[in-house]
Design a protein around this ligand. Structure first.
Ligand code: PKZ
Length: 209
């Protein structure tokens, strides 16, 4: 990744907190991966009522521990560890960034069982999440201030399979004042286009939410 990437002017970031990369040990990535596996299993298993009750109590006990460590937005490592799948965020697709500079961003990963929509394909709502987060990274890598997505237009070209390595790549098409026009393409490893998307991101004014 280029050193200049993302070195933009934070006073133009509206009401956003300043995000800086988080320094975490391997235990954090291990926890996030264990939680993702839990999500996979939560949507793909049918345990008995007794087992379900036992599991609910155990997960509630974990939540009680985590609640004591809550911090404000911008402070948890989730979303701020560039080397981890999904930057260590459970919300984001667990994909790994392999190119991040002003020329564009490329990321690779799989849709997992908990992304299932129907008949083995990824849920249609998970693709805009992948693209939107990608667009946030693209404009950050380009050096643009944090912006909000004004529109996002996605074309679903082919079924997006689960548990299959895929690649997403995109870049800034043009900048007009506060407006950044960005596009990206989702492909399989044979180069088949599964979806493409273009978006407008609008730079926030001072104090804009
Ligand atoms: C550790 C470090 C690692 C970090 C590494 C990763 C970094 C990762 C960063 C992630 C950063 C977060 C990224 C969040 C990205 C979301 O997903 S945000 C959530 C979804 N989006 C929203 O909620 C936005 C809601 N909408 C709004 O807030 C407002 O409508 C907007 C978009 C800010 C625009 O409102 P406004 O500021 O009043 O602007 P307005 O004057 O209406 O429009 C400005 C221009 O845009 C045009 N425009 C506005 N809307 C549209 C539209 N829908 N269609 C066409 N044109 C439009 C206008 O026509 C106008 O054009 P010009 O007349 O200037 O030519």
């Amino acid at each position: 990744m280029s050193e200049e990437a993302g070195q933009d002017e934070y006073e133009h970031h509206g009401g956003f907190p300043k995000y800086v990369p988080a320094d975490v040990g391997p235990e954090f990535g291990r926890l996030v991966e264990a939680l993702r596996t839990l999500q996979d299993l939560a949507v793909s298993t049918a345990p008995s009522p007794e087992v379900t009750l036992d599991l609910a109590e155990r997960v509630e006990a974990i939540n009680d521990v985590l609640k004591t460590f809550q911090v404000p937005e911008g402070q948890p490592p989730a979303g701020r560890v560039m080397t981890l799948p999904g930057r260590g965020s459970l919300l984001m697709l667990p994909w790994t960034v392999e190119k991040f500079d002003a020329e564009g961003v490329r990321s690779r990963g799989v849709f997992r069982r908990f992304h299932l929509g129907g008949n083995g394909a990824a849920h249609g709502g998970t693709l805009p999440l992948l693209f939107d987060d990608m667009f946030g990274m693209i404009q950050h890598a380009y050096g643009r201030p944090i912006s909000r997505t004004a529109y996002l237009h996605i074309n679903y070209r082919k079924i997006t399979p689960l548990d299959t390595e895929l690649v997403i790549e995109g870049s800034v098409d043009r900048v007009e004042g506060r407006k950044t026009f960005i596009s990206a393409v989702l492909k399989d490893t044979e180069g088949n286009v599964l979806a493409d998307c273009d978006a407008l991101m609008v730079q926030l004014l001072k104090g804009q939410p």
